[in-house]
Design a protein around this ligand. Sequence first.
Ligand code: NAD
Ligand code: TDX
Length: 389
Amino acid sequence: MNLPDGLYDSVRKLALDRHQTVTSLMEQSLRRIVNEQTVSEAARAASASAALPDAQIPAKLLVTGGAGFIGSNFAHWLVANTDSTVTVLDKLTYAGNRESLAGLPEDRVRLVVGDICDADLVDSLVKDTDAVVHFAAESHNDNSLNDPSPFIQTNLVGTYTLLQAVRAHDKRFHHISTDEVYGDLELDDPERFHEYTPYNPSSPYSSSKAGSDLLVRAWVRSFGVRATISNCSNNYGPYQHIEKFIPRQITNILSGLRPKLYGSGENVRDWIHVDDHNSAVWTILTRGRMGETYLIGADGERNNKQVLEDILRLLGQPADAYDLVRDRPGHDLRYAIDSTKLRSELGWLPKYRSFSEGLAATIEWYKNNESWWRGAKEATEAMYAKQGQ
Ligand code: NAD
Ligand code: TDX
C-alpha cells in the first residue's frame, strides 16, 4: 500500500513516541520490582541457608587448570576460606603461570605440571584425592577461531580422561563451564539463560565446552558418576591473562597503547568478580545435588563500550581515547544469567555488589603487579595486530 507523502513519517514518529512512553513505564516498574527483589532475595537466601543440607567438605582436592586465571584464584580462595589441601594439575600452557600460585603455603598447595589428557598421570592423582574441580581448558574464543585443535583435545579429550578416572575411583567431580554454551541473546530480549535453556554454541571454544558438559551428563546417567556442573558468566579480577578484554585494555593504557574495542562495542557481557564465581563453586561442590547443573551470575550486564569507558575514567583518560577495530567473526551479541536456582536452593549470594569497585581493585592489582604481566604483553599485542585487532 502506498501512503501519501509525509503520512508514513508521522505514523512512524507516533509509534516511536508511544513505544518510548511504554518502554519508560516498563523500566520504572521493572526498577521497582528489582528493588523489591533484592530485599526478598536476601530473605530467600537466608531461609534457604536455614534449610541447607549438611556440607560435604572434601579434605583433599585436585584442581585442574589451577595455574590459570580462575583456578589460581580458587586456590587462593581455598587457602583463605577452608582447611582443604590442594593439588593443582596444570600443563602450564601460555595461559598458565606458576607465579599465580606464589606465596601460597607449601603444606596446603602443590603444583603438578602435566596434561589432563595423560590418562596414567590423571588416574594416579585422582586415586589420591577426595574431589576434583575441573577448570583446565583452552579458554579464549579468538584463539579458537585461529586454531580449534587444542580446544578439541583439552576440552573434550581432557574432560573424558578425567571422567574415566573419577568413574574408576568413585570420586566427586565438579565441572566448570560457561554461559557461552547457550549461544547468545538479542540486546532487547527480556529472557536470560537458565538451567533449561537449549544448548546453541557459536564458536569452536563454546562448542567444545558444550560437548564437555554433555560428556559429564552422560557419565552421571550411564555410570553413576557423582558430578555437578556450573555454567558461569564473564569473570574479572586479578591473574587474568592479558589477552582477555578487561586486562588487555588496562595493560594497554598502562603501556601507553590505545584500548581496542571490537565492532561498535554494543555486545553485552554479564560480569562477575572471580571470588564470587569461586565461592559459588565451593557452595555447589559441598552442598549441590548430584547430577545437577547450576548457573552462576551476579546480575552484571554491561556492554563493552560501557566497561571500557569505566576503565578509561578510573585511569584518568578521556572517554573516547580508544580505537574501534575489526569485529570478532560470529561475535556473540549478549550473555545474561538467571542464577535463581543457585541462590534459592543453595543460599548463595555474590559479595561484590558494585562492578566499579571490583574493577577499581582489579586495575590496582594490574598496576601493582606489572612483573606478572609485562613479559606477555608484546607477543599478545603482536598476535592481535596480525589480525587487525
Ligand atoms: P585460563 O585460560 O586462564 O586457564 C586455563 C588453565 O588450564 C591454564 O593454567 C592452562 O595452563 C591450563 N590447561 C590448559 N590445557 C591444559 C591441559 N591439557 N592439561 C592441564 N592444564 C591445562 O582459563 P580461565 O579463564 O581461568 O577459565 C577456567 C575455566 O573456567 C575454563 O573451563 C573456562 O571455560 C571456564 N570459564 C571461564 C570464564 C571466564 O570468564 N574466564 C567464564 C565462565 C567459565
Ligand atoms: O580487545 C578486545 N576487545 C573487545 O572488544 C577483546 C580481547 C575483546 N573484546 C570484546 C569481545 C567480547 O564481546 O570483549 C568481550 C569480552 O571478550 P573476552 O574477554 O575475549 O571474553 P568472551 O569472549 O566473552 O569469553 C569469556 O567469557 C566466557 C572467557 O574468555 C571465556 O572463557 C568464558 O567462557
